[in-house]
Ligand binder design. Structure first.
Ligand code: PGA
Length: 241
């Protein structure tokens, strides 16, 4: 596990962006899994700026999202899809046919999970998956006690996760109660993982995930077993490291 600690947010965002840029330089048609949330906002901004300056070319890159809320329209501004459109796709030169999403309103939940599992396989696996970490140690929407063997699945969102995401929806009653997410096994199958955490509020859980027992109660603890993972932290999140 490679742990990188940066002094401030700007350096943190830049270090994360460079991981992506280096991958694309080495493999222009890389398959990249995208997280949403507060943490990677700066990363997407930097990637947009670098793309504008032609320092990176996303024209062959394939992207797919890590998770999505369920039961909302795809154009709901709180959706992961809209987040990525606004903060990433509108600023880079990805091709629409190379970008994949989880459907937030599938007719058949089971089928949608299977479709996404198959998609990942058909794409030849994910070269790099961007991850945040929840205050409870969740990865994607894999809340504590999600089986480590899980693939793409539908999951209830904890009260804490819903509260943490009020900013996307405006009020708690609008935050969906369920999500659809790559499972822990889907995450562990990615060739490389990049987990990002910033801010003091993440310091405890980052320490627990990286140094405590590997347990389904702390989903992110599984990262200790991945053979190519980079953890990028700012000083606040790295306080107990
Ligand atoms: P955050 O969410 O970036 O908004 O803190 C992280 C996560 O839930 O994975």
């Amino acid at each position: 596990m490679k742990i990188v600690v940066k002094d401030d947010r700007q350096q943190f965002d830049h270090a994360a962006a460079l991981e992506i840029v280096h991958l694309i330089h080495a493999k222009p048609h890389a398959v990249i899994g995208l997280a949403t949330g507060n943490t990677p906002k700066g990363l997407y901004k930097v990637l947009g700026e670098m793309c504008k300056k032609k320092e990176v070319d996303f024209s062959e890159v394939i992207t797919l999202n890590l998770d999505e809320y369920l039961g909302i329209d795809p154009d709901n501004p709180g959706s992961c899809r809209c987040y990525l459109q606004e903060r990433f796709y509108d600023h880079v030169n990805t091709k629409q046919e190379n970008t994949y999403y989880l459907n937030s309103h599938p007719h058949d939940y089971e089928k949608e999970c299977k479709r996404y599992d198959q998609l990942i396989e058909d794409l030849g696996g994910i070269d790099l998956l961007i991850l945040g970490i929840g205050h409870n140690g969740h990865l994607g929407f894999n809340e504590p006690s999600t089986p480590f063997g899980s693939t793409v699945h539908v999951c209830p969102l904890t009260d804490r996760t819903r509260t943490a995401n009020i900013w996307s929806f405006g009020s708690k009653d609008k935050v969906p109660t369920e999500g659809i997410t790559m499972g822990i096994k889907s995450i562990m199958n990615c060739k490389k993982l990049m987990m990002l955490a910033n801010g003091e509020a993440k310091a405890d859980i980052v320490h627990k995930a990286l140094y405590d027992k590997i347990t389904e109660k702390t989903p992110a603890s599984i990262l200790q077993l991945h053979n190519d993972v980079v953890i990028i932290l700012d000083e606040d999140a790295a306080r107990f490291i």
